[in-house]
Design a protein. Structure first.
Length: 608
């Protein structure tokens, strides 16, 4: 790279930090700043050190950046930041996962080496290209003409670029070589048990090898940093596929070569305290790790498949747990009604929704509101996901007979004020829960139904008598998680007439809404993060009479509408109108409710 003082650098490096944390941007200045000035202004270099390096440069002929790094005066990362600031561009250390190898077909390897560039990723019509000379506008125009795409240049060191051009052009990326460069201390297993491996088995040697350990560490560390809820490690004919679930959507992280799957599975099983010799039966394990500077709980589940064992690792990060009810996303009016019902001295409050809709988080937020030195709170969970102060938490263990129902009966002899049940999943648990809520206890529980009125029919399906349910039930929360719009690519758009009609907004034709177009930050999805959609059914005297009479779900829904209690879809549409999410996202996550309502109404008409 050429500057006024011929300051340049050629270094070899493999990045150990994510793309977005390594990117830097310099504000525009009246004149280009020299790298030495930037290093001095930021406190990385003194005037004497700069003069000494310039003197050595004149005698040795070496480049200034190379001299500063080789002498240990500044680090490669600091130098990269400073060079990027001088040029007014972004800078990056290349690593696996940041480069789409298929994009090398846009510029062949010979051209990439000659021009000292490498295409990284493409988002719609924009191609991000790592360049040793990103300030070379004619070169940027030349690449744009060859690819037919808009070019976004970023700075990378020359040797770093050439290293990855040669790796990806050869089609033989050595993942072992890459993984051995990573630190094994990025992820620390807490309370790991000693394992007496048989040194004669190849599998044990593979598991103990640094590449396998580091691959698992990278998978866990990346999941924590990206906010993933689950890690999927799946056998494939071409090797092992590792995917993350982020904001409810699975995204592929890496694909390791053939022959490593058994070693990867065994490594995860070892730290999860599972039986590595048992491959025919499903297993469950757990492990606590320290990643990104904090403790993370992992729940591991194995499942035998035709191609080998599949693992799913649930990531339980307290950083993602918002226990303040005000942070969940309830509308103010809805939150006030929910709190009023929650503080009733006895009765049942149900939280419903499909798996992964945030029911447990809502219950933990409710417990956070209720817990105090004067209140005895006991929970029954499977599993206990997060530990709360001043809350007595019991984990179900079916293998030894510690079921929800049996634990609940024991809790009733523990003088509880508030009881939380992780899930009402059978007739026995439902019966004990109803009896407890009728005998002076405040009962919180989750249930798998699609909306609030559906909780009534679900409880009666478990043989709870309508007259008991009408007396015990105080309210039902139904919820979903909707993906929010990525702020980096949010744009205006006009939904089609059918979308507006399905959302009940036909009168808003011609009004702009918001959605994401897709960018590198959101993995080209247009969405980043999620927020809750909540429907709250307060059990009024009129609702109690319908429950007592065994009225069908659509009649309960009609009565709720007449009382101005909004449905789940109506609550979600309000969020889309406020530009928090898109209308299409709301219609997608609430679609099943409309289908069920229509089917039940048709059945009732047929019966009549």
């Amino acid at each position: 790279m050429d500057h006024k003082n011929k300051e340049s650098v050629q270094t070899n490096s493999i990045a150990e930090t994510p793309f977005d944390s390594e990117m830097v941007q310099e504000q525009s200045a009246s004149r280009p700043r020299l790298v030495g000035e930037v290093l001095i202004s930021e406190g990385h270099l003194t005037h004497d050190q700069l003069e000494q390096a310039l003197t050595e440069q004149r005698t040795s002929g070496k480049k200034l950046g190379e001299l500063l790094v080789s002498s240990g005066t500044v680090s490669e990362s600091v130098l990269l930041h400073s060079l990027a600031r001088c040029l007014g561009v972004k800078g990056i250390k290349l690593r696996h996962g940041l480069i789409d190898p298929h994009l090398l077909s846009l510029l062949d390897a010979e051209q990439c080496e000659r021009l000292k560039v490498i295409p990284m990723f493409r988002v719609h019509g924009r191609l991000t290209v790592a360049m040793a000379e990103p300030q070379n506008l004619p070169l940027v125009d030349q690449i744009a003409a060859r690819t037919g795409l808009q070019i976004l240049p970023v700075l990378a060191f020359e040797n770093n670029i050439l290293e990855y051009v040669r790796k990806y052009s050869s089609g033989d990326v050595d993942i072992n070589e890459f993984l051995t460069t990573l630190s094994e201390t990025d992820v620390e297993v807490v309370e790991r048990e000693a394992i007496d491996d048989d040194p004669t088995t190849d599998l044990s040697q593979m598991v103990d090898g640094s590449p396998i350990v580091n691959l698992v560490n990278v998978a866990m560390l990346s999941a924590v940093k990206d906010g993933a809820s689950d890690i999927h490690i799946e056998p494939d004919k071409g090797g092992t596929r590792i995917r993350y679930r982020i904001d409810g959507t699975l995204r592929e992280l890496m694909h390791s070569p053939i022959g490593m799957h058994s070693a990867i599975v065994s490594r995860v099983k070892i730290i999860g305290k599972m039986d590595i010799s048992e491959k025919r039966l499903p297993q469950e394990g757990r492990v606590r790790i320290i990643a990104d500077g904090r403790e993370i709980d992992l729940r591991v589940s194995s499942l035998p498949t035709l191609l080998g064992e599949k693992l799913v690792i649930r990531v339980l990060d307290k950083k993602n747990l918002s226990v303040r009810m005000e942070d969940l996303g309830f509308r103010t009016e809805l939150l006030d009604r929910f709190k009023k019902t929650l503080k009733l001295p006895h009765g049942m409050l149900l939280v419903t929704g499909p798996t992964g809709s945030g029911k447990t988080t809502t219950l933990y937020s409710a417990l956070d509101l209720l817990r105090s030195p004067e209140t005895n709170i006991v929970t029954v969970e499977d599993p206990v996901e997060y530990q709360l102060d001043m809350v007595n938490q019991v984990q179900v263990h079916d293998a030894i007979g510690l079921s929800f129902a049996r634990t609940l009966r024991s809790i009733l002899r523990q003088d509880p004020d508030v009881i939380m049940i992780g899930e009402i999943r059978d007739e026995e648990t439902a019966s004990v829960a109803i009896q407890a809520s009728l005998t002076g206890h405040s009962m919180l529980a989750t249930l798998h139904t699609n909306d609030a009125p559906g909780a009534i029919s679900r409880m009666t399906d478990m043989n709870v008598e309508p007259y008991l349910l009408s007396a015990a039930l105080n309210g039902v929360v139904a919820q979903r998680l909707a993906r929010t719009i990525c702020p980096g690519c949010s744009t205006s758009y006009y939904p089609c007439e059918q979308v507006l009609q399905d959302a009940g907004l036909s009168h808003m034709t011609g009004r702009p809404f918001r959605k994401g177009t897709g960018c590198a930050t959101c993995h080209d999805s247009g969405c980043k993060g999620r927020m809750g959609i909540y429907e709250f059914m307060e059990v009024t005297p009129e609702i109690r009479r319908l429950i007592y009479a065994g009225a069908p779900k659509h009649k309960v829904r009609s009565l709720l509408s007449s009382q101005n209690q909004l449905s789940l879809r109506e609550e979600g549409v309000k969020l889309a109108v406020a530009h928090h999410t898109s209308l299409e996202e709301i219609l997608s996550v609430t679609k099943i409710d409309d289908i069920e309502d229509e089917q039940e109404a048709d059945s009732s008409r047929s019966a009549a």
